[in-house]
Design a protein. Structure first.
Length: 141
């Protein structure tokens, strides 16, 4: 069965996406909160006990180390899953609610790194040799 990587899988849209895709895909679930990723995994396994689910806890705002971290993950994961990751659903999101006059350039850049840069770096990495295949990607930003 093909594997889908879902970012932001520990809550919100990413969590709901995992529960939807578990019937059709094996899953790699990514998010910052390992405990909540474990909960998502348990709910997915309750729906489909034979699903292969791997957790990749990572803070996608850390874009300076993202490519290396994903390549390291794939290097350990691929020997047991040589078909690679076939789909990406980028649901990671977040931000701080502030009055507009309080928003700083750093706030904008942090949001941009999380929503845009991380998606691009993941797609770039998964389309490379590190993943053994080309990728079909859906990006929610």
């Amino acid at each position: 069965m093909a594997t889908a990587l879902i970012t932001g899988a520990s809550s919100g849209v990413g969590h709901a996406t995992a529960l939807t895709l578990v019937s059709s895909y094996d899953l790699v679930l990514s998010g910052r909160n390992l405990e909540r990723l474990e909960q998502t995994k348990a709910q997915c396994l309750a729906q489909r006990p034979d699903c292969h689910i791997t957790l990749w806890p990572y803070d996608l705002t850390q874009t300076d180390t993202l490519e290396r971290a994903l390549k390291d993950f794939l290097a350990t994961w691929l020997p047991e899953h040589p078909e690679g990751i076939a789909k990406l659903v980028h649901c990671a999101g977040g931000g701080k609610m502030k009055h507009l006059h309080l928003v700083t350039e750093a706030d904008f850049l942090s949001c941009y790194r999380l929503h845009c840069v991380s998606a691009g770096l993941i797609i770039k990495t998964l389309n490379g040799r590190a993943n053994n295949r080309a990728l079909n990607a859906a990006v929610l930003i």
